[in-house]
Design a protein around this ligand. Structure first.
Ligand SMILES: Nc1ncnc2c1ncn2[C@@H]1O[C@H](COP(=O)(O)OP(=O)(O)OP(=O)(O)O)[C@@H](O)[C@H]1O
Ligand SMILES: [Mg+2]
Length: 466
C-alpha cells in the first residue's frame, strides 16, 4: 500500500476524521476481517449478516491498525464515510492514479476466472512485481482491497472481475481501469440473477467496453458470445482457441490428458510452437492456460518463458480440481469450490477420464442461482453423467433435496446401469459411498459454494483405508 495519512484518506473518501491524528499514516494492509488487521493497517468495518465489523474496531486498532473506516462512530481513530465499498473504491482509484506505470489486467468469465488469474499471475510474476488477489477476491470489496496492496514497486496488477448483474464489471473497471482484458466464457453461473445468457454476455462484455484504444482485448474464439465482444471495444483484439482448426493467434493443438487428467499440448503463437504440460487437472484448464499465455505474451514474455511458466504453475486456490490418490487406490477429485452447469460438465469429463481403469462415482450438490432453468439444468447434468464414457457413472449421489433432479435426469437414460442415490446431507453421502468404494474407483465431489461439500471431500481424502 502507498502510505497515506488519515487526512489524505478522509479527503479521498469524502469522509470525516474522528479521534485521530491527521498525520498518522496508513502503510499496512487494508482489511475487512479484523483478525487480519496488523501494524499500520486500515480496518474497514462492514456490517454483515452475522456480525458487525464496527464491534471489532477497537480490537483492530489494538492489533496495530492505524485507523478504522466506519459508517457509524466508534471510539478509536477512524474515518467516517457514508458507504464503505465506495470509500474503498475511491481509495483504490487514488492508488491506481498515483502509480501510472502499473499495467493492469482484468480477467472475467463465468467459469475459470480464479484458475486463469492464478496461472496468469504465475507467469506475470516472472516479468516483475505483481499483485494478484488471493482466491476469488473479485467483487466490490475484494477488488479494491487487492488494488490497495499495490505500491511504488508494483509493475503489474492481475485482477479477477466478477459480476452478479449489469454494471458490476463496468464499476470495477472504473476502480482500476484495465489496459488488458481477458474474457473466458459466457455460461450459466448466476444466469438466473442475470436473466439469461445474453444478459451474462452483456455484463461480461463491459470489460471489453472499458478497454482503451491502446489496450488489448483477449477473447476466447471458441465461445461465440465472447468473440462477439470484439465489436464492443476500441482495443486491439487478440483471440485464443483450443479448437483443432482456428485462425486465432494463440492456440493449443495436439491436446492430450495423462492418467490424472493433466493436459499436455503444443502452444502455437505467431512466434512459434512450444510444448506445454500443465500441473493442473482437467481439459478445461487448456483455455485458461491459453488466456494466461496470451496475456503474458502481450506483456512481453517470450514463448519459451510462457511455456516454461505454464509448466511450472501450480494450483494456488483450494478445492478446484484437486486430485488426491489414497493409499488404498481410490482417487478423490475435490472440485467442491463451486458449481454451475459448464463447470460440472467439465468436472464429469475429467472424472470419466481419470476413471478409465476403474469405476466413476460423483457426489454432487445443487447448482445455485440458475433461476427458472434450474430443474432442467440439473436433469441435463444427471443425464450427462449417466451417458459419459462407455456406461456412465457407476454411482451418482445427489446431496440435498435441491439436487434431486440430477437423479431424475440420470434415470431417463434407459441404458444406464449405474446407481442413482439420494443423500440428505454430506454425512449420508459418505455413508452411501463407504460400502461401495473399491480400489481404482474415482470419486468427484462438487457443488455450489453454499453446499460446503469440501468437508465431504476432505473426509473422503482422509478415509485412506490404510
Ligand atoms: N474454462 C472453464 N470451463 C469450465 N469450467 C471451468 C473452467 N475453468 C475452471 N472451471 C471449473 O469451474 C470451477 C470454478 O473455477 P474457478 O474458481 O477458476 O472459477 P471462477 O470463475 O473464479 O469462479 P467464481 O465465480 O466462483 O469466482 C472449478 O470447479 C473449475 O474446475
Ligand atoms: Mg473466482
Amino acid at each position: 500500500m502507498i502510505p497515506l495519512s488519515l487526512a489524505q484518506i478522509a479527503r479521498v473518501t469524502g469522509g470525516q476524521l474522528c479521534h485521530g491524528d491527521p498525520d498518522a499514516v496508513v502503510s499496512g494492509e487494508v482489511v475487512i476481517d479484523s483478525r487480519r488487521a496488523g501494524p499500520g493497517g486500515l480496518f474497514a468495518a462492514v456490517a454483515g449478516e452475522r456480525s458487525d465489523g464496527h464491534d471489532f474496531a477497537a480490537a483492530a486498532v489494538a492489533a496495530g491498525a492505524t485507523a478504522v473506516l466506519a459508517t457509524r462512530p466508534v471510539t478509536v481513530p477512524s474515518v467516517l464515510v457514508a458507504d464503505v465499498p465506495a470509500a474503498l473504491a475511491a481509495l483504490a482509484r487514488s492508488v491506481v492514479d498515483a502509480l501510472p506505470a502499473v499495467r493492469i489486467a482484468g480477467i472475467t468469465g463465468s467459469s475459470g476466472k480464479t484458475s486463469t488469474k492464478d496461472l496468469a499471475a504465475q507467469l506475470v510474476e516472472r516479468l516483475g512485481p505483481t499483485i494478484a488477489p488471493a482466491g476469488s477476491y473479485n467483487n466490490e470489496f475484494g477488488h479494491p482491497l487487492t488494488v490497495l496492496r499495490a505500491d511504488a514497486a508494483t509493475r503489474y496488477l492481475v485482477l479477477e472481475l466478477s459480476a452478479r448483474g449489469i454494471g458490476h464489471i463496468a464499476y470495477l473497471c472504473r476502480v482500476a481501469p484495465p489496459r488488458y482484458g481477458v474474457v473466458l466464457n459466457v455460461g450459466h453461473a448466476h444466469a438466473g440473477e442475470f436473466g439469461g445468457l445474453d444478459q451474462v454476455a452483456r455484463a461480461k462484455g463491459e470489460l471489453a467496453e472499458a478497454l482503451p484504444a491502446d489496450g488489448v482485448a483477449i477473447l476466447n474464439a471458441d465461445d461465440p458470445r465472447v468473440l462477439a465482444m470484439a465489436g464492443r471495444t476500441e482495443a486491439r483484439i487478440v483471440t485464443f482457441s483450443s479448437a483443432p482448426v482456428s485462425d486465432a493467434p494463440v492456440r493449443a493443438v495436439d491436446i492430450r490428458l495423462d492418467d490424472l487428467g493433466r493436459p499436455s499440448f503444443t502452444l502455437l503463437t505467431p512466434e512459434g510452437a512450444a510444448p506445454v504440460t500443465l500441473r493442473l487437472h482437467g481439459a478445461h484448464n487448456v483455455p485458461n492456460a491459453l488466456a494466461a499465455a496470451a496475456l503474458a505474451r502481450e506483456l512481453g514474455m517470450d514463448l519459451d518463458g510462457i511455456a516454461d511458466g505454464l509448466g511450472a504453475a501450480v494450483a494456488r486456490s483450494r478445492w478446484r480440481m484437486e486430485v488426491h490418490q489414497r493409499p488404498d487406490g481410490v482417487t478423490v477429485i475435490n472440485d467442491a469450490y463451486n458449481a454451475n452447469p459448464e463447470s460440472v460438465r467439465a468436472a464429469i469429463d475429467a472424472l470419466a477420464h481419470l476413471a478409465q481403469g476403474g469405476r466413476a462415482f460423483a457426489i454432487l450438490g445443487h447448482m445455485a442461482e440458475l433461476g427458472g432453468t434450474s430443474r432442467a439444468s440439473h436433469e441435463d447434468i444427471g443425464e450427462y453423467a449417466a451417458r459419459i464414457g462407455d456406461s456412465g457413472l457407476a454411482g451418482l449421489i445427489a446431496v440435498g433435496e435441491e439436487a434431486a433432479p440430477l437423479l431424475d435426469g440420470a434415470r431417463r437414460v434407459p441404458s444406464w446401469t449405474g446407481e442413482a442415490l439420494a443423500a440428505p446431507d454430506g454425512a449420508a453421502a459418505l455413508e452411501l459411498l463407504a460400502n461401495r468404494l473399491k480400489p481404482s474407483d474415482v470419486v468427484l465431489v462438487k457443488a455450489s459454494r453454499a453446499a460446503h461439500l469440501e468437508g465431504v471431500a476432505a473426509a473422503l481424502e482422509g478415509e485412506a483405508g490404510q
